[in-house]
Each structure stands twice: as structure tokens, then as C-alpha cells.
Ligand binder design. Structure first.
Ligand SMILES: Nc1nc2c(ncn2[C@@H]2O[C@H](COP(=O)(O)OP(=O)(O)O)[C@@H](O)[C@H]2O)c(=O)[nH]1
Ligand SMILES: [Mg+2]
Length: 207
């Protein structure tokens, strides 16, 4: 199947917060309560239209366990966007967001081309983390905050599509700037060529 552009995302966060479930809901619109431990790294894929282009959204799913973290670090560098996830019914996973944010800084430095969102998942369960605190925490770190339930499907499409839209818009903007720069450069070249032409009397050879 053809597509116009590819958008690579990475989902990170503690074990069991629902990363694999979020991706299964997003790509297959399914949910299962069977716990299937992600081994190492795996990917999910879905095609969607953004800005009149067919975008292949490819999302790398990681395992939260310490022993796999070295493996996932290589994937930070090729990602256009990162989803950091915790579960609103488990305050420890919220506390650990700082670890995940730190791991992004360690791997990417101050690369602000990569778009990042935070998702609080499992909103169908009793909360240990309230919405306002989590939103403030995300925004203080410069990230947009979303809440989801992979079980009911609430918020899943909105959050992931927001992230992809942000990436596509920023790529389109960069492409336009590059295109304009190229056009301007071309104009400059034309002027300087013309100038040379006049000064060096090169008209002869070309006419
Ligand atoms: N109630 C509820 N359970 C969820 C939700 N998302 C995931 N789960 C369950 O939480 C467990 C861990 O989910 P999983 O996707 O494997 O987490 P991962 O380790 O982060 O990939 C599984 O038993 C899921 O069925 C949710 O939104 N609501
Ligand atoms: Mg998993």
C-alpha cells in the first residue's frame, strides 16, 4: 500500500500503564484484558490522511523494564514524536514521568524538532492522580497533556492524531521555509549570473 510520508512515533512509560493497549486501540480498535508483556520493542502501523497527504504512522512500542532500556534508546533518535504514558490510577507511574522525561533529554539533548505529549491512561479506573495536577506538570515541562482509556477508547484518536498533526504541520512549515530559501537562493544566483554575464561579456557564448 502506498503512502506519501512516514511519521515515526515512540511510546514510553512504566510497565503496565497501557502502552500496548493504547496502540492496539488506535490501530485495530480493539482492547484485551489479557496481559501480554511486550518483549523488547515492537511496532504498530496505521495510515491516516493529514493535510491532504496519506501519512503512514509507525509507532514503536517499548517495554518498560530496565533491562530493555538500552535497546529502546536507539529509537529516540529516529522518532518524529514521543508519547510519554502513565496510568492515572497509579501514582507511582506518574512520579516516574520525571525518569522518562530525563531519558528523552539524555537521548535527544535540546532537539526541539521532536514533538512530545504526555498521556494519562486508564481514566475508566479510580484515580490516584488528578487531572489539574497532571496537566500542570505536563505544561510546566512544555508538553501538551491528554487523558485516555484504552479500554473505552476515549481520547485515543484525539491524542495521537494531535501529535501527528503537529509533526506534519511543522514538517510542512520547514519544507516551505526550505523551498523559499531555495527560491531566494535561485534568485540570488540569477542576479549574480546576470552580473557576471554583463561584466565578463559572456553573452557571446550563449547567444
Ligand atoms: N481498565 C483499564 N485497563 C487497561 C487500560 N489500558 C490497559 N489496561 C490493562 O492494563 C494492563 C497492562 O496493559 P499493557 O497495554 O500491556 O501495558 P504496557 O506494559 O504499558 O504495554 C492490561 O491488563 C490491560 O488490559 C485502560 O485504559 N483501562
Ligand atoms: Mg506493552
Amino acid at each position: 500500500m502506498n503512502y506519501d510520508e512516514k511519521c515515526q512515533l515512540l511510546i514510553i512509560g512504566d510497565s503496565s500503564v497501557g502502552k500496548t493497549s493504547i496502540l492496539t486501540r488506535f490501530t485495530e480498535d480493539k482492547f484485551t484484558t489479557n496481559y501480554i508483556n511486550t518483549i523488547g520493542i515492537d511496532f504498530f502501523s496505521k495510515d491516516e490522511i493529514f493535510n491532504n497527504k496519506k501519512i503512514r504512522i509507525k509507532i514503536w512500542d517499548t517495554a518498560g523494564e530496565e533491562r530493555y532500556r538500552a535497546l529502546t534508546q536507539g529509537f529516540f533518535k529516529s522518532a518524529n514524536g514521543i508519547i510519554i504514558t502513565y496510568a492515572v490510577n497509579d501514582v507511582d507511574t506518574f512520579e516516574n514521568l520525571k525518569y522518562w522525561i530525563q531519558s528523552i533529554h539524555t537521548n535527544l539533548g535540546e532537539n526541539d524538532l521532536v514533538k512530545i505529549i504526555i498521556i494519562g491512561n486508564k481514566i475508566d479506573l479510580d484515580r490516584e492522580v488528578n487531572f489539574d495536577d497532571a496537566k500542570k506538570y505536563a505544561e510546566d515541562n512544555g508538553y501538551k497533556y491528554f487523558e485516555t482509556s484504552a479500554k473505552s477508547g476515549k481520547g485515543i484518536n484525539e491524542s495521537i492524531k494531535f501529535l501527528v498533526q503537529e509533526i506534519i504541520d511543522s514538517q510542512d512549515k520547514t519544507n516551505n521555509i526550505n523551498k523559499n530559501n531555495k527560491d531566494n537562493k535561485h534568485d540570488d544566483d540569477t542576479i549574480s549570473l546576470d552580473e557576471n554575464k554583463h561584466s565578463n561579456n559572456e553573452k557571446k557564448c550563449c547567444s
